[in-house]
Design a protein around this ligand. Structure first.
Ligand code: 5GP
Length: 217
């Protein structure tokens, strides 16, 4: 799990988790991160939910039926999984392991249940970020603007938001999404700082040893 850092010092890949109530802007922030941060790869989840208009198989999700999902669980193919809004969602293990061992960081858009499971498995490598909407009115507006779900589904998502919010304190960082630009800058800063953490930078000992060697000459 080592990546060459931007400055040539090797480091361990990290798992960057974004969670939020749906409608808080997490999808936009994930897209911006992937566009602007080289070395970051999205973990594409499997789900039993039906595709929304515009969603693409293999890019947004792997859409599977319940028996297939259950087989994946039984065969240990999922790193974590949970029931969200009556559907099953889970993270396929193999692509995450492949990305980390190829020296990439991995971005996860998963809920608090999945975040807990990832953290139990690999706490040192997991960075947890929770995105909050600035107000309930803002959240509702975004859910309607997205126009991908029926009114009934939106009502369900609003009432579930209260429950999701209650898990905010299980996260390392909290970003309040007043504006996409500001929230993005904050999330990007978190990623940059976490990449620089000493414990992740496995190549530092060698780097400093070389530096000392040069100084002693
Ligand atoms: P949506 O149906 O709006 O795409 O996603 C609903 C919720 O499921 C979101 O909060 C999203 O973060 C969460 N989710 C998506 N994929 C996964 C996954 O693989 N595992 C878990 N635990 N949650 C997921």
């Amino acid at each position: 799990m080592t990546a060459a850092g931007f400055d040539g010092v090797e480091r361990r890949g990290l798992m960057f988790v974004l969670s939020s109530p749906s409608g808080a802007g997490k999808t936009t922030l994930s897209r911006l991160l992937l566009e602007r941060e080289p070395g970051l790869k999205m973990s594409v989840s499997a789900t039993t939910r039906l595709p929304r208009p515009g969603e693409v198989e293999g890019r947004d999700y792997f859409f599977v039926d319940k028996p297939r999902f259950e087989t994946m669980v039984k065969q240990g193919e999922l790193l974590e999984w949970a029931t969200v809004f009556d559907n099953l969602y889970g993270t396929p293990r193999a692509p995450v392991e492949a990305a980390l061992s190829a020296g990439q960081d991995v971005l996860f858009d998963i809920d608090w249940q999945g975040t807990q499971q990832l953290h139990q498995k690999a706490s040192a490598d997991v960075v947890r970020v929770f995105i909050l909407p600035p107000s309930a009115a803002d959240l509702e507006k975004r859910l309607h603007t997205r126009a991908q779900d029926s009114d009934e589904v939106i009502r369900g998502r609003m009432s579930r938001a209260t429950h999701e919010l209650s898990h905010w304190a299980e996260y390392d960082y909290i970003v309040i999404n007043h504006s996409v630009d500001d929230a993005f800058a904050e999330v990007q800063s978190i990623l940059k700082a976490e990449r620089l953490k000493r414990e992740r930078r496995t190549g530092l000992t060698e780097f400093v040893r070389n530096l000392q060697g040069q100084l002693e000459k």
